[in-house]
Write a protein that binds this ligand. Structure first.
Ligand code: GLA
Length: 418
């Protein structure tokens, strides 16, 4: 694809070369390398990243040398984030922490702010890890995400029960929700930039999922959650976050839900498309259509949990329902000792296609966050089948960039100018 080059004689002379090749040949940055405007992170302009030259992928597939980082490459387009675990944000995992700092300018806590960890018992909060998480983000001038306030998973049973273990009544659950949100969001007031307020409230057919939140409080539990979060931090961005939003029925249901919330004046700023993808599903067109449709509502759109599962499906279901599981069988774990070259290149292609779509939505798509940093960190090694070896991310188990990393970097150079 053509590279947008400001100088017409040079453009003619270099026609046919990719932007990357032009940069390497001439040293002259094209507009694709220096898109106008850059994000302000926590009020200050982000520092210049150190360039990390890429090498061979873990399979030995040769890839061109690309000297860049994710956060520098997408600076004028969107934040580029990763879900991080305690070893990374406490810097106990020195290699992982260094990679996060070098490559990403946004972070999401993989687990430490979920209800079961942050508020395991009534009246008892556990903020040691979340405090370290937020401090790590601030120290590194990152966009800091809070995940997640109201979800039906990883929430202790007591939340939904009365003293006798029977379902709690509406008032009790609403009071618990208010107290939890005010305490957690209030603690990080002005420090956590955006919250996944409600996670996965929709079923695959686009209707509201029958969770204890819905059954006990009723449909307005979603609006209430946003209202409480807004009271606790009026400046924080507030998001609805879900998976399979590219699938027709669920997309339709999500658009209806979001429109309804907007019509009621609910303080919602954006929608998170989780992005737990497979090699051939959803299609790039479906991803494109979902971003466009949410953007038309005037909402910020984010890809919040990106990964690409390269292993065979354990069952027909595609999504991210963390309660599902299947038995480990050898045919479900075909690459225990490394991803073959062909699969490595196919993954690179898949990522190139996805980033080509992401780059088509300037001003609408605000952040792309990966669910994990290296392949070894990924939840997809244990879901929906425990003990597999998966390769869903851009960095291999030795924290080396894979061909998919180069493909993502190159996507910015081959995207048509917007
Ligand atoms: C969902 C949740 C995340 C995480 C992933 C899988 O998408 O939103 O917090 O649990 O599942 O790890």
């Amino acid at each position: 694809m053509a590279c947008h080059f400001a100088n017409p004689p040079l453009r003619a002379a270099l026609a046919g070369f990719s932007c990357l090749a032009i940069l390497l040949i001439t040293g002259v940055p094209t507009s694709a390398q220096t898109p106008p405007g850059s994000h302000l992170i926590n009020g200050s302009r982000e520092g210049t990243a150190s360039a990390v030259p890429t090498s061979l992928g873990n399979s030995g597939v040769s890839t061109p040398e690309v000297s860049s980082t994710l956060k520098d490459t997408f600076k004028g387009s969107f934040f580029i984030g990763a879900a991080v675990n305690p070893a990374q944000f406490t810097e106990q995992d020195t290699r992982g922490a260094a990679l996060v700092k070098a490559q990403f300018n946004a972070i999401t806590p993989e687990n430490v702010l979920k209800w079961e960890n942050a508020h395991p018992q009534p009246g008892s909060y556990s903020f040691e890890s979340p405090d370290r998480y937020v401090a790590f983000g601030e120290k590194n001038h990152m966009f800091i995400v809070g995940h997640t306030l109201v979800w039906h998973n990883q929430t202790p049973a007591w939340v939904f029960q009365d003293d006798k273990g029977s379902p709690a009544d509406r008032e009790t659950l609403l009071n618990r929700m208010r107290e939890h949100i005010h305490t957690v969001v209030g603690r990080y007031h002005g420090r956590i930039n955006g919250w996944d307020v409600v996670n996965e409230a929709l079923d695959e057919n686009g209707t509201l999922r029958q969770t204890p939140w819905l059954k006990i409080i009723g449909e307005d539990y979603i609006a209430k959650a946003f209202q409480f979060a807004h009271e606790a931090d009026p400046q924080a961005e507030l998001y609805y976050n879900d998976y399979n939003l590219e699938i027709e029925a669920k997309l339709k249901g999500a658009l209806e839900l979001l429109r309804k919330l907007q019509a009621q004046g609910v303080p919602i700023s954006g929608v998170g498309i989780q992005g737990h993808y497979h090699m051939d599903s959803p299609s790039n067109e479906q991803v494109d259509a979902a971003i466009t449709a949410f953007g038309k509502l005037g909402l910020k759109v984010m890809i919040t949990e990106l990964d690409v599962d390269v292993l065979p499906l354990a069952f027909k279901y595609m999504g991210a329902d963390v309660t599902l599981s299947a038995e480990l069988q050898p045919k479900l774990n075909p690459y225990p000792n490394g991803l073959p070259d062909a699969a490595q290149q196919a993954l690179a292609q898949r990522y190139a296609g996805l980033f080509g779509v992401f780059l088509k939505h300037p001003g609408v798509l605000k952040r792309v966050t990966f669910w994990g940093v290296t392949d070894g960190d990924s939840w997809l090694n244990n879901w929906p089948v425990k003990g597999r070896t998966n390769y869903p991310l851009l960095f291999d188990r030795s924290a080396q960039p894979k061909p998919a990393f180069d493909a993502v970097i190159r996507a910015v150079h081959s995207a048509p100018p917007q």
